[in-house]
Design a protein around this ligand. Structure first.
Ligand SMILES: Cc1cc2nc3c(=O)[nH]c(=O)nc-3n(C[C@H](O)[C@H](O)[C@H](O)COP(=O)(O)OP(=O)(O)OC[C@H]3O[C@@H](n4cnc5c(N)ncnc54)[C@H](O)[C@@H]3O)c2cc1C
Length: 347
């Protein structure tokens, strides 16, 4: 439901963070909670956020100890959203399309539960994989999910947010207390920035280096992330193929590492020898906002005599796009509860 009203806002909401999670929350709040006024305040905006360069495969990567039950619920919501989008004429502009490929399962018992949420997830025996891809000595799955391609999706989302009446300000926030006089509710979607903004020492970078190439003969994704040090993934999106990668915990280096680059390309060519015929486009390094588990909860904070509800939504690791829509729906539920509590306490 789209809600627009000229009456006094029920709540003035500040979202700190203008990445995939900030904008997904912004659009969901404006769609679902009447009379809210929503402002996104962010130091970095699309097309320069972490998610802009991500291939955006909807797959639960690197979520550490986040409860599997929550992960499955959030991914499912994002899949439902992608499915609805894929049936509209806006899907191509938003970078959303179904994509199939091979996922090496190894000992990842959690992966077998993806059967319940992805569009398809059919296990292939190690013997059969030896024929399909001799370098893989393990069972795998042939799965179908969606791609929510970072840059076009964030551009679409930003437009949608503005169309619903959302405001955007490019600014660095040094303390949440700066926002207490102007806003009733704060949503914290600062990713890695939460380490400094709310002094969360559980936040750590998971360094990801990838190579973007042109390889129109790659029609499926291939993912082998059994080992953080030797992980290989190949994900085709609308124009390019993302070849990765690294998952280096605690590493803040955003420069291209030439030894990583060589290992990534060698690994990908071992998997698909034909990749040696690709055309190089560019390298990219990003820091996934790692955390022991995603932080999605409400905290009541007191600033200058005012009580403010802060809803935290950060620490999505390598699955920020994958979890985005589901997490935004939970932020909306927490916010609705909070508004209802405040209204009933005034009666
Ligand atoms: C190589 C690589 C590949 C990836 N591939 C995938 C994939 O295929 N699928 C998938 O689901 N995920 C993928 N990811 C993960 C995904 O990109 C991230 O999880 C996601 O982008 C995190 O989004 P976010 O909105 O939480 O944080 P960010 O995008 O990092 O945004 C944080 C926002 O907060 C703002 N901010 C922070 N601190 C402050 C402050 N103090 N004041 C004001 N603003 C502040 C920033 O400026 C920014 O706007 C990948 C990541 C990498 C690095």
């Amino acid at each position: 439901m789209e809600c627009f009203s000229m009456s006094r806002p029920t709540a003035k909401v500040a979202i700190v963070g203008g990445g995939i999670n900030g904008f997904s929350c912004g659009v969901n709040i404006l769609q679902s909670i009447p009379n809210t006024e929503v402002t996104i305040l962010a130091e970095v905006l699309p097309p320069n956020t972490t998610g802009d360069n991500a291939a955006g495969l909807i797959f639960p990567f690197a979520i550490n100890e986040t409860k599997m039950e929550s992960v499955l619920k959030w991914v499912k919501e994002t899949i439902v959203f992608c499915n609805q989008m894929s049936l509209t004429g806006e899907a191509a502009a938003a970078g959303i399309f179904p994509q199939s490929g091979f996922y090496v399962v190894g000992d990842d018992d959690n992966a077998l539960q993806y059967k319940d949420i992805l569009l398809t997830f059919d296990v292939i025996s190690a013997e059969k994989m030896k024929v399909i891809m001799p370098s893989i000595n393990s069972k795998a799955a042939f799965a179908t999910t969606y791609v929510m391609e970072g840059e076009p999706f964030l551009a679409w989302l930003t437009k949608r947010f503005r169309r619903y009446g959302g405001n955007v300000q490019q600014v660095k926030i040094h303390s949440l207390s700066e926002l207490s006089s102007k806003y009733d509710i704060i949503v914290n979607c600062t990713g890695m920035g939460a380490k400094e903004l709310v002094q969360d020492n559980e936040v750590f970078p998971v360094r990801g280096q990838v190579i973007k190439v042109k390889a129109p003969f790659i029609k499926h994704f291939f993912i082998d992330q059994r080992n953080d040090l030797t992980m290989t993934y190949i994900i085709p999106t609308s124009e390019t193929v993302t070849v990765g990668g690294t998952a280096q915990k605690g590493n803040y280096n955003v420069d291209v590492d030439l030894s990583d680059k060589k290992r990534i390309m060698d690994g990908a060519c071992r998997m698909i020898p034909n990749l040696k015929n690709c055309t190089y486009i560019r390298d990219w390094v990003g820091l996934r906002p790692g955390r022991r588990s995603v932080r999605l909860e409400k905290e009541t904070m007191h600033f200058n005599g005012k009580t403010i509800s802060v809803i935290h939504n950060y620490g999505h690791g390598g699955a920020g796009l994958t979890l985005s829509w589901g997490c935004a729906k939970d932020v909306v539920s927490l916010m609705k509860q909070d508004i209802a509590n405040k209204i009933s306490s005034r009666l």
